[in-house]
Unconditional design. Structure first.
Length: 498
């Protein structure tokens, strides 16, 4: 039986929350860009470059492997044992992470931060990393237990309250307020995550040190390679940012941060919404190849179709988005954003392959797949910028994901995964639509480029709606009309009540 409707139901719930996250992110980035400019966005980017490897090493991939183990637990007692061992691991890991970051604070400050920022900034970032990892642990348990509504609620509260405090702090303290905003946001997420975690009523159990070590060892067997893959990813990003800082300056780092962040907002919303539901279900059918591969193909098919709708509109209105959501200074990142959008669109095809390898416990294959992407990405961005300058940023991402997809499909093909005719059809539709739109915006002068691209985008929407009706039993336009009718009805009732 097809799982399309199950996918849509869970994605609908998660996507509703992600839309709110998107709105908050837009507001936060807009005010930050206005108050701090490209230089401020560049500093925020370097903070993220410190936090990413720190949180990756502190987590050691345990939050990911915990989802797999808890989702496949036979009973509540086994779940409780897993949770108890994971909690012990995080206490030790976070104490070690904070200690290491404090010891390396001077080095990190000299190599990655501007002279105006003190060493105390790195001390604060150490606690941001610790609080963030603990919040992710609570969210992972909620995800593994299938409590999607609780997970969404916890994330909503954390994001809304954290965004308000962050903006207030940045407004009053400007550049110095960035790190304090990050710290307060991470602190707020901790008690909220703990509250919803406690509502699961996981029984308290006693577990011996020997059993704890055995469980942690099993988690790290997968999580360790996930961490190495994640660490290679974060370090490639760090090196790329340092390279851009040295070769093109802080403003370009700010443009790069905005381009990467914005291009990943829509695709990230799709991937996080689907992945939250997809990975636990995949782990449950890992011993049933037919169901497993059907699930992977269905995720790719529907994910790529929805990704195409978002990527195509972004190709058309990229400059307008940058001016509206940031300021006119960021118009220089238009081409960068367009190429980046095409690249992240390919992520929808790539992410199920990684989850498939993790569910099958093919840990070394998973590590090699992730490493192939980030190595090719770093080589592409450094080589491309040297030869072509800033205009190559974004194209490097397409190049790296092309390699990732080829390698990933070779690994999955050996175990029996085959692309369905529908997946091939959606892929050709997606690729051709983006090719035509890029030709329009690059070769035609405005306003003709926008006119031609807009007319073609109407066709893209019509074609996507036809595919959804025929193959997915989803009437996109009818659902939109129903939603608009409900909104109008509520407004009408509100007006009459007054």
């Amino acid at each position: 039986m097809s799982s399309y409707k199950s996918v849509i139901k869970n994605v609908g719930l998660l996507s509703s929350a992600k839309i709110i996250f998107l709105a908050l992110s837009v507001i936060r980035n807009k005010f930050t860009a206005v108050w701090l400019g490209a230089d401020g966005m560049g500093i925020m980017s370097m903070f993220n470059a410190i936090l990413s490897p720190a949180t990756t090493l502190a987590d050691m991939g345990v939050s990911t492997s915990a989802v797999r183990n808890i989702a496949s637990s036979k009973d509540d007692y086994e779940t409780a044992r897993q949770v108890k061992a994971i909690q012990t691991f995080y206490v030790l890991s976070l104490l070690l992470t904070i200690s290491i970051m404090v010891l390396l604070a001077g080095f990190l400050k000299r190599r990655m931060l501007t002279d105006s920022l003190g060493t105390w900034t790195v001390y604060a970032l150490a606690f941001v990393a610790a609080f963030s990892v603990l919040s992710n642990f609570f969210n992972s348990v909620l995800q593994a237990k299938g409590k999607i509504a609780k997970l969404v609620t916890a994330q909503l509260y954390s994001t809304i309250i954290g965004s308000v405090f962050t903006l207030v702090i940045i407004y009053f303290f400007r550049i110095d307020g960035i790190v304090w905003g990050l710290l307060v946001g991470a602190m707020i997420g901790l008690p909220i995550g703990w509250y919803f975690f406690n509502k699961l009523h996981i029984p308290k159990v006693e577990i011996s040190a020997k059993d704890s070590i055995s469980i942690i060892k099993d988690l790290l067997l997968t999580g360790g390679l996930v961490t190495l893959a994640g660490f290679s990813a974060t370090m490639c990003i760090v090196f790329a940012k340092v390279f851009l800082l040295n070769h093109l300056g802080l403003k370009v780092v700010g443009f790069y941060e905005v381009s990467v962040a914005f291009s990943n907002i829509y695709i990230g919303m799709i991937l996080q919404s689907m992945g939250t539901d997809f990975f636990p279900r995949l782990c449950q059918v890992v011993g049933q190849p037919r169901q497993m591969y059907q699930l992977v193909n269905e995720q790719m098919e529907i994910g790529l179709l929805f990704a195409t709708i978002g990527v195509d509109i972004c190709l058309i209105i990229a400059p307008t988005l940058l001016i509206t959501l940031y300021n006119s200074e960021f118009i220089a990142a238009t081409d960068m954003l367009r190429w980046q959008c095409v690249g992240v669109g390919l992520r929808v095809l790539g992410y199920p392959l990684g989850y498939l390898l993790m569910a099958q416990r093919r840990n070394i294959a998973y590590f090699c797949l992730q490493l192939s992407f980030w190595c090719s990405y770093y080589l592409a961005i450094t080589g491309g910028v040297r030869f072509f300058g800033m205009k190559f940023i974004g194209i490097d991402y397409i190049f790296a994901y092309a390699i990732y997809l080829c390698f990933g499909y070779i690994l999955a093909y050996k175990t029996g995964l085959r692309p369905t005719p529908l997946l091939k059809k959606v892929f050709i539709f997606s690729l051709s639509s983006q090719f035509i739109l890029l030709l329009s915006v690059f070769l035609l002068p405005p306003p003709y480029s926008y006119l031609v691209a807009s007319i073609f985008y109407i066709y893209v929407l019509w074609k996507a709606d036809q595919i959804l009706k025929l193959h997915f039993e989803i009437n996109l336009m009818a659902n939109l009309r129903i939603m608009l009718s409900r909104i109008r009805l509520r407004i009408f009732k509100h007006d009459n009540s007054e």
